[in-house]
Design a protein around this ligand. Structure first.
Ligand code: PBG
Length: 329
């Protein structure tokens, strides 16, 4: 019998050794919960394709944010679902628009216990559902959209958002928003760039969550799923434009891009585990096909292992609760 000299199994032989040899750990502080706040509802409304996730009323959002703070997660990322939409997404820059009202309410509720963050994009507020304003030929007008993003940034910052998530994939959006913030004295408002945001089928359930009116697709501004190098290029441009954090989205199917960006980035790198990633695991678990708790934890651990410093995930609070229970034992 030949006996091996090198035995990697040695480090896996007991639970205590495995814990000590673990290269990646999950911690509540590295998790961010995306939340939907719907205008005109007094009760939370379930989202059909995202079991367990709701469109919040202002009151239920306040309670959920307090629970999130108690669980010790790093932050909440707010999305607004307005009752009325128009061509330029007026609701986004109205201080009384749902996202801005919701931001003020949540900041009043949780203060600095976690970081209250806002999605900076027009798609929830436009009647055509695109992330920007349209030119006469129907295409998304990059530079006119930048002007709208600048206005949006100021209203969100004034509402108390600490961190703006620029998810629209317009060229030059980081520099444009940074300049607007700095000129108005919001020098400490953080810019998170959704740098490598791919035109993905995994956003499907999110369209239910925000009652999207989009016809067609976003392929003229979001990245082609075929492209890895281009994701790194977008991250580098955003770093050069002054992004404080860069992000890769979706997460699970883009771990190669995430690892590449993590290897080159001089700023923190986040990843967004999107609605379709959530829905797939929930659906398989509901059928009894996978162990829900293990699949959730493994999916997020893998995103961290690939290089994400923090993860946006709809399971943020639930996972944090599990981690807190484990640590209490
Ligand atoms: C656009 C935006 C989208 C998501 C976050 N911000 C949708 C899109 O680009 O089509 C998707 C998030 C998810 O699927 O969980 N503002």
């Amino acid at each position: 019998m030949i006996t091996p000299v090198i035995r990697p199994r040695r480090l896996r032989s007991t639970p205590a050794l495995r814990r000590l040899a673990s290269e990646t750990r999950l911690h509540p502080a590295d998790l961010v919960l995306p939340m939907f706040i719907r205008e005109g509802t007094t009760e939370p409304l379930p989202i059909r394709s995202m079991p367990g996730v709701v469109q919040h009323s202002i009151d239920s959002a306040r309670r959920a944010a307090a629970d999130a703070a108690a669980a010790g997660i790093g932050g909440v990322m707010l999305f607004g679902v307005p009752e009325k939409r128009d061509a330029i997404g007026s609701g986004a820059t109205d201080p009384d628009g749902i996202l801005n009202v919701g931001t003020r309410a949540l900041v009043a509720e949780v203060g600095d216990a976690l970081v209250v963050q806002t999605d900076l994009c027009l798609d929830e507020f436009t009647d055509h559902g695109h992330c920007g304003v349209l030119s006469v030929d129907g295409s998304v007008d990059n530079d006119t959209t930048l002007e709208r993003y600048r206005e949006m940034a100021l209203v969100q910052a004034a509402s108390g958002s600490k961190l703006l998530g620029l998810s629209g994939m317009m060229d030059g959006q980081v520099a444009a928003v940074r300049d607007a913030l700095d000129r108005s004295g919001f020098v400490d408002t953080v810019v998170l760039a959704y740098s490598a945001k791919y035109a993905s089928a995994f956003y499907g359930p999110f369209r239910d969550a925000v009652e999207s009116t989009l016809e067609g697709d976003r392929r003229s501004y979001q990245l082609d799923p075929a492209n890895r190098r281009e994701g790194v290029r977008e991250a580098q441009l955003d770093i050069d434009e002054g992004a404080d954090i860069v992000m890769v989205k979706p997460a699970g199917s883009y771990l190669d891009v995430l690892a590449d960006v993590a290897a080159m980035s001089s700023v923190p790198v986040w990843a967004y585990q999107v609605s379709g990633e959530y829905a797939m695991i929930e659906a398989a678990a509901a059928n009894g096909w996978i162990d829900r708790k293990r699949a959730v934890a493994e999916s997020i651990l893998s995103i961290r292992r690939a290089g994400a410093d923090a993860v946006l995930t709809y399971w943020a609070v639930e996972l944090a609760t599990w981690l807190n229970e484990r640590d209490a034992r």
